[in-house]
Design a protein. Structure first.
Length: 197
């Protein structure tokens, strides 16, 4: 898809070859990411070492093979620019997952997170075949809340002490949407509103 500024964005599967870009961008963006991501018990650098990448990637690959997670790269103009993950995928009478994302700081401010969240949410509904997608965001991260709202997620609650983030238990807003909530896909709605070409 095309962003309003002409940038070309797509999602693709995360591969073992993405390790260097993943590590480099996350190390450069520690000041942005560490305050909003689960605590790295051994420190940020250790969590982004070559061996940590391999452990992280191997875990995602194994969970993906079991149908429990879909790890996707955000590519902007052909370059690695972040990640979207569909996690804790459950089929049957639950039929849901959560969506999470991060965007490299050099690509921020262009609507990348909103577009990537749209593609990921549509993938969960249309390709994975789920009924419901959920997400959480920190009260002091309203930008993430806006990304989710623009994609049609609605407030469903407030989770106290939900995740251990940057050294302490943090509350989160809980949002969700069901496949029948909107007639059009997330991407179609963003195009209609002028947020995508």
């Amino acid at each position: 898809m095309r962003l309003p500024d002409g940038g070309r964005l797509r999602l693709r599967p995360l591969t073992s070859r993405d390790g260097n870009d993943w590590r480099e961008q996350r190390l450069l963006d520690e000041s942005y990411l560490r305050p909003v991501e689960p605590t790295a018990p051994d420190g940020w650098e250790a969590a982004h070492s070559p061996s940590a990448w391999w452990n992280f990637f191997s875990g995602l690959r194994d969970a993906s093979r079991r149908g429990q997670v879909v790890p996707l790269v955000i590519e902007l103009d052909g370059r690695f620019s972040g990640q979207v993950t569909l996690g804790t995928i459950q089929h049957g009478s639950i039929s849901d997952c959560w969506i999470g994302y991060w965007v490299f700081s050099a690509a921020q401010g262009r609507g990348v997170a909103t577009a990537a969240c749209a593609l990921g949410t549509d993938h969960a509904f249309r390709r994975v075949g789920l009924h419901r997608v959920t997400a959480t965001y920190l009260p002091d991260n309203p930008a993430s809340g806006r990304v989710l709202a623009l994609n049609g997620f609605r407030d469903e609650g407030y989770l106290r002490g939900n995740l251990h983030i940057d050294g302490r238990w943090r509350d989160h807003h809980f949002v969700a949407q069901n496949v029948e909530d909107h007639r059009e896909s997330c991407v179609e709605r963003l195009r209609r509103s002028g947020r995508l070409r």
